[in-house]
Design a protein around this ligand. Sequence first.
Ligand code: WT7
Length: 648
Amino acid sequence: MEKDLVVLLKEKRVFKPSKELIENSNVKKWMNKQGIKTYNELLEKAKDIEWFWEEAAKETIEWKKPFDKVLEWENHYANWFTKAQYNIVFDALDKHKDKDKIAFIWEGEPEGEIEKISYKKLYKEVNKLANAMKTMGVKKGDRVGIYLPMIPALPISMLACAKLGAIHSIVFSGFSANAFRERVNDETAKWVVTCDGFYRRGKIIPLKKAADEALLETPSVEKCIVFKRTGEQVEWNEKRDLWWHEITEKESDECETEILDSNDTLFILYTSGTTGKPKGIIHDHGGYAVGTAITLKWVFDLKENDVWWCAADIGWITGHSYIVYAPLILGVTSVMYEGAPNFPEADRWWEIIDRHKISVLYTSPTAIRMFMHFGEEWIEKHDLSSLRLLGSVGEPINPEAWMWYYKYIGKENCQIMDTWWQTETGNHCITPLPITDLKPGSATKPFPGIQADVFNREGKPIVDAGGELVLLKPWPGMLKGIYKNPDKYQKTYWEMYPEVYLAGDVARVDSDGYFWVQGRDSDVLKVSGHRIGNSEIESALVSHPLVAEAAAIGKPHEIKGESITAFVILKKGTEISEELRKELREHVGKEIGKLARPDEILFVEALPKTRSGKIMRRVIKAKVLGKDTGNISTLSNPEAVEELLKAK
Ligand code: WT7
C-alpha cells in the first residue's frame, strides 16, 4: 500500500529540461527559423501533415529527383513523396564517401577487440559486397535473408542489398533455425547471409550450424554467403556456400547505387501478431528515411560531436532504424557491441560508455531493471559524465526504473526520452523532445506530424481511462503492408476503427494530453522487450507429438516485464514428468528461440473455452493473477476455470 502511494507521488513529479538543453536543441533551432514560439504551437502547426513532413524531408535527406505529391492515401496505403527518385543509400552512405569520420565504433565481446570503421571504409566495404552480390545475380526487388549477430557485417549486408534495390529481411540471431527457415520460405529468398559463429557470454554460438539446419528445407535458396567471425570449423556445402572474404576480394570498391522510386521496398521485418504466423512488415526507402532521420535528429538531438549508442540488436526495428539507417543519414558516430551486458562482469556497459565517451544512450526498461538488480557499485567504478541524454524503448518503463536511470546513470543531468513506437510505425511516434517536460513513466506527447489518441470500444476519444491507442493520420515511416498478406493488413490495423490505425496497445491520456502506455492487448507478450505472440508459443507447443492443446499467458515479472506461463493438455495416456516439462520448454526454444521458452509449464485436464471452441486466454490470465474473471457462465466449460488453480 505504502509503496503504491510512493509510486503515485513520483508519477506526479515533472522534470523540466534545462534552458541550455532547450536553446541548443535541433528542434528549437528549427522552430526559431520557422518563427514557431512554443511546443504547443509546434504540435498545432504540424497538424498540417503535408506541410510538416515536406519540411522534415528538407531537414534530413536529398532526393535524386523531387517528388510530385507529398502524400497519396488510398485504401490504408500511404504513398509519401510520390514519383521521387531515391535510394536511402544515397543519404546513408554515398554522400559521406570521402569522410574519415567514424561511422561505427564496434566492440566484440572478447575484451580488447575494438574496430573503428570510417564512413569512407564503410562505403568501400558495402560496394565490394554489393558488387559480389550483383555478380551472383542479386537485383532490384529480390529478397535476401540475413541471419547475423551484432558485427559490422550486418549493416554492411543491409546497405549492400539496399544499394542494389534488393530487399533485406533480417532474422534476429537469437532466433532458432526453425524461425529463420519459416521466414526465408515466406519471402522465398534466393540468397542468405550468415556467419560461422559469434561470441555470447564467453562462449561461441555456432550460427552457421543453425543456418545449415534451416537451409535443409528452403527450396528457394541458391547461395549462402558466410562471413568469417570466429574462425571455428564449420560444415561446408560446396554447391551453396561462399566465403564472404573470397567473393569480395577481387571486387571493386565502387558500385553504382540503383536509382529507385521513393516508395520501393527497402526491407521486410517479421514481427509477432495475434496468430501463430509472424507478419512480414514492409518498409520503403523515402518515407522511412525521412521518418527515422527527423526523429533521431530531434528526439535525441544528435550533433556533429555526439557519440551515440543505441544498445539494441539490429535484428529488431530499433536497430534497423536507430543503429543503421537514421544515424548514417545524419552522419553521426555510433557504437555497436556484440555481446552480453554482463560479460566479463556486470559493468561492461559502463566501461564502454567511459571508454568511448558516449554522449547519448538508448536502451530498454528490461536492461535498466537488470542493471538495478546488479547494483550501483558497478556504475560507480566508471566515469559516465560524457552522457547528456538518455532514452528508453520497447515496453512501458515503471517510474522506479525511470527514477533509477535518471539518478544513477544520468546523475540527474540527463532528460530521459521514453519513446513509444512499433515495428510497424518505423520511427518514434509518441515521445518527448528536448523541449518537453517529462513525467516518469509517460512517453509524453506525439511527435510533431503524428496524431494519436485513445479510443473506447465505440471509437470515441476518452481521457483519463484505459482504451485503445490509435494513430489518426498517416506518417512517412509507416508500414506499407504485410508481405503477401493484404487481408491481414486491413484486418489487423484498420478494421476496429475505420480510417484509424489500431496499435494494439492499451493506453491512457491524462488531462495534460500525456500518454501512458500500459502494454499490449491480450494477444501479444513482451518478454524482456521481445515481442512474442501468445499463439506462436501455443503453436510451438502443440507441434510436439504429446501435446493436445495449449494456452500461453504473460505474468508480470520484476525484470523481464512479463514471464511466460503455459497451460498444456497432454494427449490421452501421456504421463506427466519433469523430463517432459523440460522437453516441452526446449521444444519451444527450438521452434522459436530461447527467449520464447516458457518460464512455467503447467499440466491441466481442460482449458476454459467459448462455445465455439476458442480458448479464453483473458479468463485464464485473470484467474491466475487472482483478478476478476468476469462473467464465465457463457463458457462451454466454466468448471475448467477453477481447475486451473489445481494445475500440476
Ligand atoms: C510494442 C512494439 C519500437 C521498438 C521496439 C519494439 C511496446 C514500445 C514502448 C514505450 C510502452 C512500448 C508497445 C508496442 N512499446 N515502446 N516507450 N512504452 N510500450 O518494437 O517489437 O514492434 O513492439 O512495444 O506495446 O506496441 P516492437
